[in-house]
Design a protein around this ligand. Structure first.
Ligand code: DLL
Length: 434
C-alpha cells in the first residue's frame, strides 16, 4: 500500500534526531515556564529545580506533574505563558463536571496543532483533491476547527458542516460527494444507521474514509462503522489541554496511533506510583508540550489509559504509537468494589452480534450497587419469540459476568429508544449518591 506522509522529515526521522529535537525543545520550554508562568516557578522552586538542571529529554522525570485541577485553580487564563496580544484563539474542554478548562493558542500553536491534524488526514490517505466533511462540533470544542485547519494545511477542500442535522449531513454526503467524514465514532454509527433507514446505499457514495475520535471506541465498533458506511475508519486522538485532535493519529496499519512527539512528549505512568512504565504496559498517559508557546503544560496527566509502542511500524513512521485507549481512569466505574470500564461492556455487546447502542445505569439499592445495561434490540429481534429474546439476555448476562467479574442486569429495549449522540456519547448514568 502506498504510504502517505504530511511531514516526512519528522514522521520518518531517526530516533537520535528526535531525541536531540525533543531535548532542545524541552530545555526551551522549561525556561519559558519558569520565566513566564508563576504557577510553574513556584512549583519548581518548591522542589529546588532550576531550568539549568534540565539537560535533555531524559531529565523529564525531574519535573513535577500537572493535573486538570491546576487548570481549574488558575481559571481561566492563569497558566498562560504569553501576553494577550500574542494569543490568537481560546478553546475550552467539553468536561461535564466542574468549571471547564480553558486553553489558549498563539499563531505558532495553531500551526503546530494544524500540523498534527494534517498528518492525521494524510495518514488516512487524504490528498489535496479530497473533500473533507467535518461533522465535529465547531465552537469552543476543538474537534471542528482542529480538523478544519488540518484539512486546509494539507491543501484539501473543507466542508465545515459541524455536528447535528443528520438529514443535511446525508444530503451533503450525497450531493457534494464528500471523500472523508470526520466526527465522533458514535455519530458515525448514527449517520450509518440513518442512511440505511433512508434507503441510501452507502456503497454508492464516494466516501472513502473516516477520521473518528474524541471518545473511546472498540475494534468491533470500527468494523460496524466500516461496514455500514463502506469506508476505512481511522482513529484520531487529542485533548484540548494539549492541542486538540491530531495529538496522535492512525496510519494504514491501524495498530495504534502515532504521537506527534516532536511537539507532545508522551510518557505512560503507573497512576498510583506515578513511575514511568515500559512499552506495552497500560497506565496513564502523560504529555509535556515541548513545542507550544501559550500553554506549555509540564507532564500533564491526561487520565487516559493506554500503552506505548516503539515497535517498528510497517508504514515507515518512526513516531512512537499509543495503543487504542481503554478508557479514562475517571470514567472507570467502581461497582461493588470492582473496576468496570464502559469499553468492556461495549466489547461484550458487540461480541454477541449486537449494535453498540447501549446505556449503563448504576443505582444504589439497599446499600448495594446495581448495574443495569440497557441494550437496543435490532429490528429483526423484534419479531423473535419471547424465548429467543430471553436467551439473548441470558447470554449477555453470562458474558458480562465473565468479562467484568460482577453481575449486571440486562434490559433489551426497543430499537431507537436510547438517545443518539451528535457529539460524544453519554454511556453512563450513575444515580448513586456517594
Ligand atoms: O475530544 C479532542 C478531539 C476532537 C479528539 C476530535 C479527536 C477528535 P476534549 O474535549 O478535551 O478534546 O476531550 C479529550 O477525549 O482525554 C480522551 O479521554 C478522549 N478522547 C479523545 N480522542 C480519543 C480517542 C477532544 N481517539 C478527551 N480514543 C481525551 C479515546 C479519546 N478517547
Amino acid at each position: 500500500m502506498t504510504q502517505n506522509y504530511f511531514d516526512p522529515a519528522i514522521e520518518l526521522a531517526s530516533r537520535d534526531y528526535l531525541h536531540a529535537l525533543q531535548s532542545a525543545r524541552l530545555i526551551k520550554m522549561v525556561e519559558n515556564c519558569y520565566n513566564n508562568v508563576p504557577f510553574y516557578k513556584k512549583k519548581f522552586d518548591e522542589i529546588g529545580l532550576l531550568p539549568g538542571d534540565i539537560h535533555s529529554i531524559d531529565d523529564i522525570t525531574k519535573l513535577p506533574f500537572t493535573v486538570k485541577q491546576d487548570l481549574r485553580d488558575n481559571y481561566p487564563f492563569g497558566l498562560f505563558a504569553v501576553s494577550r496580544e500574542k494569543l490568537q484563539r481560546i478553546h475550552a474542554s467539553s468536561g461535564t463536571t466542574g468549571k471547564q478548562t480553558v486553553v489558549g493558542y498563539t499563531k505558532h500553536d495553531i500551526d503546530v496543532w494544524a500540523h498534527g491534524a494534517a498528518r492525521a488526514i494524510a495518514a488516512a490517505g487524504g490528498k489535496k483533491d479530497d473533500y473533507i466533511h467535518v461533522s465535529y462540533g465547531y465552537g469552543l470544542f476543538t474537534g471542528g476547527l482542529g480538523l478544519h485547519y488540518g484539512a486546509e494545511l494539507l491543501g484539501a477542500t473543507v466542508i465545515p458542516v459541524s455536528s447535528g442535522n443528520t438529514k443535511r449531513q446525508m444530503q451533503i454526503l450525497q450531493d457534494f460527494g464528500s471523500d472523508f467524514l470526520c466526527c465522533t465514532p458514535s455519530y458515525a454509527m448514527y449517520i450509518g444507521e440513518s442512511l440505511k433507514e433512508a434507503g441510501i446505499d452507502s456503497s454508492k457514495l464516494p466516501l472513502r474514509a473516516g477520521i473518528f475520535g474524541a471518545e473511546a471506541w472498540s475494534e468491533n465498533m470500527r468494523r460496524e462503522i466500516e461496514k455500514s458506511l463502506n469506508i476505512k475508519a481511522y482513529d484520531i486522538y487529542g485533548l484540548s489541554e494539549i492541542a486538540g485532535p491530531g495529538v496522535a493519529y492512525e496510519c494504514s496499519e491501524q495498530t495504534g496511533m502515532h504521537i506527534c512527539e516532536d511537539f507532545f512528549y508522551p510518557e505512560v505512568v503507573d497512576p498510583k506510583t506515578l513511575q514511568p512504565l515500559p512499552d506495552g504496559q497500560y497506565g496513564e498517559l502523560v504529555f509535556t508540550c515541548i513545542g507550544k508557546e501559550a500553554l506549555p503544560l509540564v507532564r500533564y496527566r491526561t487520565r487516559d489509559i493506554t500503552a506505548l509502542s516503539h515497535e517498528k511500524c510497517a508504514c515507515g513512521r518512526t513516531l512512537v504509537k499509543m495503543l487504542k485507549p481503554k478508557g479514562r481512569s475517571d470514567d472507570m466505574l467502581i461497582i461493588r468494589g470492582v473496576n468496570v470500564f464502559p469499553s468492556q461492556v461495549e466489547h461484550v455487546i458487540l461480541s454477541l452480534g449486537m449494535e453498540p447502542n447501549y446505556q449503563i445505569v448504576v443505582d444504589r439499592i439497599n446499600n448495594l450497587d446495581v448495574m443495569t445495561v440497557k441494550i437496543e434490540m435490532s429490528e429483526s429481534m423484534l419479531s423473535d419469540s419471547v424465548r429467543r429474546v430471553e436467551d439473548q439476555e441470558n447470554k449477555l448476562k453470562a458474558a458480562m459476568h465473565d468479562t467484568l467479574g460482577i453481575s449486571a442486569k440486562i434490559k433489551l429495549v426497543e430499537p431507537h429508544s436510547l438517545p443518539r449522540s451528535e457529539g460524544k456519547a453519554v454511556r453512563v448514568i450513575d444515580n448513586r449518591e456517594i
